[in-house]
Design a binder for this molecule. Structure first.
Ligand SMILES: *Cc1c(COP(=O)(O)O)cnc(C)c1O
Length: 438
């Protein structure tokens, strides 16, 4: 099957947009080839502009918990659209969405924004405003959107001092950022012992999902919350990916709710926008009331709480019942087990890694507990695997460092398509390893 139309669109796109895409990983550079341009999506499936269908394991990078074009979400959106698209004044949908988030998480109040990046950027500003301190701590391999201060890499050697992770971020923007290895309690304890009284907040992915999926070690998030509390710093749990995805109550439902602690601030996005640009940050009332117009910390947005996005998000969360999580658990387990078996049968080193219902497959020997471990992956083997799956009608993330996402609309036929593709794809990965060795 050809992909002439995708290729033609990609050529047009490259002329007018850097790399032909509006977010870098979409460009297929990590796996080679040209991206498929998508014409439509429904349930578990994408259809590209050449008329080819794929079972989707990307789910718009997480939001599509209920699958694409869910009839009830679409009906609610259509109804909202008929009443206008943006007012710049408060609406009932925003209140409903905020109530839904407050009802399912430990936060007292939320502010709605339009992207996860905005949510983490604003949470950090609020933490700095609330504490009157400047230093921010993050973990290597955790991604919090493209916020200057958080696009930071670990400096050389054993120092925790951050260096800009990309040109365009000045050293002054990361001078107050510290970067530590994920799941490393000793590193956290040492840094807080040294400069705990300067630390405004520690931000972590509630479970890492942007270096592939790496769950926090048991008790790790509780340890972070406690360490922050001991030093008067705020604990910011970034649940943009895990929120309403890792479980009905996000990653917090898998640790904090059971262990009896809560983050000071949380960030949300992806699922809560139901496929529209919506995100949020929230926390204890005492902290959130530092925000304008109540308090002095400024934050605003022309399209924040947009009525269409809020309607899609609210409808999605209301439909995200225990049955939905039971289905994505069952689908995820079937895919994980089959991938594990196929890769084992073909002798491809790998680790299947999950956090609640989120999962990914590392093309590396285990264990994988932090970014350094994740970087031992055989990305060429993944690229061969990816293309073999794509050829068989399965759309995986075009990078070895991403979570695989399923939806409640992945029916048995969709799962069958994935399972049937796995054995030949694992063989393709094994062959790619042979070529390099040979
Ligand atoms: C996706 C993501 C973000 C950024 O969200 P955008 O909407 O892409 O800006 C932030 N944090 C985490 C954990 C994410 O997965």
């Amino acid at each position: 099957m050809t992909h002439d139309r995708s290729d033609a669109l990609f050529a047009r796109a490259c002329a007018v947009t850097p790399g032909g895409v509006n977010s870098p990983v979409r460009a297929f550079r990590a796996v080679g080839g040209t991206p498929r341009f998508i014409r439509s999506a429904s349930g578990a499936r994408l259809t590209d502009v050449d008329g080819r269908e794929y079972v989707d394991l990307v789910g718009s990078w997480g939001p599509m918990l209920l699958g694409h074009a869910h009839p009830e979400v679409m009906a609610a959106v259509r109804d909202a659209l008929a009443r206008g698209t943006s007012y710049g004044a408060p609406t009932e949908a925003e209140v409903g969405l905020a109530e839904e988030i407050v009802g399912r998480t430990p936060v007292d109040q939320v502010r709605l924004v339009s992207s996860g990046t905005e949510a983490t950027m604003s949470a950090i500003r609020l933490a700095r405003g609330f504490t009157g301190r400047d230093v921010v701590v993050k973990f290597a391999g955790c991604y919090h959107g493209h916020v200057d201060a958080l696009l930071a890499s670990a400096g050389s050697g054993l120092t925790t001092l951050a260096v800009p992770g990309t040109p365009g971020v000045p050293e002054t923007a990361t001078a107050l950022t510290r970067v530590l290895p994920y799941n490393d309690r000793d590193a956290v304890a040492a840094l807080f012992a040294e400069e705990g009284d300067r630390i405004a907040c520690l931000i972590t992915e509630a479970a890492a999902g942007n270096m592939g999926v790496i769950a926090p070690d048991p008790g790790f998030n509780r340890f972070l919350a406690q360490t922050c509390a001991d030093h008067g710093a705020l604990f910011v749990s970034d649940e943009v990916m895990t929120g309403f995805r890792a479980s009905r109550l996000g990653q917090w439902g898998l640790d904090g709710a059971l262990e009896g602690w809560a983050p000071d601030l949380m960030t949300f996005g992806k699922v809560m926008g139901g496929g529209f640009p919506a995100a949020a940050f929230g926390g204890r009332a005492e902290v959130m009331e530092m925000l304008s117009p109540v308090g002095p910390v400024y934050q605003a947005g022309t399209l924040s709480g947009n009525p269409i996005a809020a309607t899609a998000g609210l409808t999605t969360l209301r439909l995200a019942t225990d049955d939905v999580y039971a289905r994505i658990t069952a689908v995820g387990d079937a895919v994980k087990d089959a991938a594990d078996k196929a890769l084992s049968d073909s002798g491809v080193p790998h680790v299947v890694s999950s956090a609640g219902t989120m999962f990914s497959v590392f093309f590396a020997d285990g264990p994988v507990r932090d970014f350094e471990d994740a970087q031992r992956q055989d990305t060429a083997a993944y690229a061969a695997f990816f293309h073999a799956m794509l050829d068989r009608g399965v759309y995986l993330p075009p990078s070895a460092y991403e979570a695989w996402f399923v939806s409640s609309m992945h029916d048995d036929a969709a799962v069958e398509t994935v399972l049937a593709a796995l054995a030949p794809a694992a063989e393709a990965a094994a062959a790619a390893r042979e070529v390099r060795r040979g």
